[in-house]
Ligand binder design. Structure first.
Ligand code: FMN
Length: 342
C-alpha cells in the first residue's frame, strides 16, 4: 500500500515524546492532577469515555478536568461516526488538547458495543469515525490501536488500519505492540499474554516516516522508553507510570530537555497539597486522590508504612491533609533511621 499524503500533516506532535496511557478507573482527573505535579510535559490521557456517555451523560463528572492538567487528551470509545464527531466537538469545546480514539480495548462490554479492539477488523468504519471527528474539531485526532486481533496477520492488519485512518486525517498513531485476543482472555490477560512485538511498530514507522508514531506496551523504565525513541517518535507508559509515579519526576529533563519540576517526591507532595485541599473543601474524599499515590516512594524505606497509613486512615470519610502528611512522615522518619544506622 502506498503511503498516504504526509505533506498535509502538521509537524510531529512533540508532546507525544512521552505520554501516560489512558487507563480506566486509574487515570481520572485526580490521578492526572497528581501526575502533572510530577511532570509538566508528559502528555496525559483520560480514561476511555464512550461517545454516547459524552453526549448524554453527566459531562462534568465524565470529562471534567482542571486547567493545570494541560496537555491533556481525551480518549473516546465508539464506532458511530456521527456520535464520535459530536462527542469530539464537545470535548474540544471543553478545552482538551487532543481527541484519541480507542481501537485497543478488548473487553466484552466494548465488543458488544462494536468498539475498541474489534474495530481492528473494520478499518473503513474507523476511518469514517476519524474523518467525522476531523471535520468537527481543530485539535489533533489520534488513534490508539493494537497490532491486530485474533488470527489477523499483524503485518497486514496494522498497515490496513494505519493507512485508512491516516487517509481520513488522523494526526498520530499510538500502537500497543501486541495483539488483542478477543476470545478467551480477560482485558487484564490481554495486557500481558499476547506477546509484545516492538519490531512491528518500528516497521510501521519505517514505512510511514512522516507520521508521528508512539509505542506502548510493557515499557518499565525511562531508559527503555528512551531506547524506543531511536525507532519511533514517542513512548507511552501505562502501568509503570501509575505504579511507580516517581519515574515521572525525571521525564521533563530526559525527554524534553527542561528542568524537572521538583527535587524529590517530598517536595512534589508538598506542591500537590493545594490541589488536595481544594478537593477536600469541595466535599471530595482524601482517598479519591491518595489511591493514585500509593506507588509513590516504592522501593524506599517507609514505603510500606506510607501505603498502610493511606490504606487505613486515608479511606476514612473525615480523612484530611494531616493523614497524607503523616503518611509522608513515615517515609521521612524511615529514611532518617536508615541514615543514622549507616
Ligand atoms: C487499569 C487499566 C485500564 C486501562 N484502560 C484503558 C483505556 O481506557 N483505554 C485504553 O486505550 N487502554 C487502556 N488500558 C491499556 C493501557 O492504555 C496500555 O495500553 C496497556 O496497559 C499497555 O501499556 P503498559 O504495559 O505500559 O501498561 C488500560 C490498562 C490498565 C492497566
Amino acid at each position: 500500500m502506498s503511503q498516504p499524503n504526509a505533506a498535509a500533516r502538521p509537524a510531529p506532535l512533540s508532546a507525544h515524546r512521552f505520554s501516560v496511557a489512558p487507563m480506566m478507573d486509574w487515570t481520572d482527573r485526580n490521578c492526572r492532577a497528581f501526575h502533572r505535579v510530577l511532570s509538566r510535559r508528559a502528555l496525559l490521557y483520560t480514561e476511555m469515555v464512550t461517545a454516547n456517555a459524552v453526549i448524554f451523560g453527566d459531562r462534568d463528572r465524565l470529562i471534567g478536568f482542571s486547567e493545570e492538567e494541560h496537555p491533556v487528551a481525551v480518549q473516546l470509545g465508539g464506532s458511530d461516526p456521527a456520535a464520535l464527531a459530536k462527542a469530539a466537538h464537545i470535548c474540544a469545546e471543553r478545552g482538551y488538547d487532543e481527541v484519541n480514539l480507542n481501537i485497543g480495548c478488548p473487553s466484552d462490554r466494548v465488543q458488544g458495543g462494536n468498539f475498541g479492539a474489534c474495530l481492528m477488523r473494520d478499518p473503513a468504519l474507523v476511518a469514517d469515525g476519524v474523518a467525522a471527528m476531523k471535520a468537527e474539531v481543530a485539535i489533533p485526532v489520534t488513534v490508539k490501536c493494537r497490532i491486530g486481533v485474533d488470527e489477523q496477520d499483524p503485518e497486514l492488519a496494522l498497515d490496513a488500519l494505519a493507512d485508512a485512518v491516516l487517509a481520513a486525517g488522523a494526526d498520530a498513531l499510538i500502537v500497543h505492540a501486541r495483539k488483542a485476543w478477543l476470545e478467551g482472555l480477560s482485558p487484564k490477560e490481554n495486557r500481558d499474554i499476547p506477546p509484545l512485538d516492538y519490531g512491528r511498530v518500528y516497521r510501521l514507522k519505517q514505512r510511514l516516516p512522516d507520521v508521528p508514531i508512539s509505542i506502548n506496551g510493557g515499557i518499565g523504565t525511562l531508559e527503555e522508553a528512551q531506547a524506543h525513541l531511536a525507532h519511533v517518535d514517542g513512548a507511552m507508559l501505562g502501568r509503570a507510570a501509575y505504579q511507580q509515579p516517581e519515574l515521572l519526576m525525571r521525564v521533563d529533563s530526559q525527554f524534553f530537555g527542561e528542568a524537572d519540576p521538583h527535587a524529590d517526591a517530598f517536595e512534589a507532595v508538598a506542591a500537590f497539597e493545594p490541589y488536595v485541599a481544594a478537593h477536600l473543601s469541595h466535599g471530595g474524599r482524601l482517598h479519591d486522590i491518595t489511591r493514585h499515590m500509593l506507588g509513590l516512594f516504592t522501593g524506599r524505606p517507609g514505603a510500606r508504612a506510607f501505603r498502610r497509613r493511606l490504606a487505613i486512615d486515608g479511606v476514612k470519610a473525615e480523612a484530611g491533609l494531616d493523614v497524607l502528611r503523616a503518611a509522608v512522615d513515615e517515609v521521612r522518619k524511615a529514611e532518617e533511621r536508615r541514615a543514622m544506622v549507616a
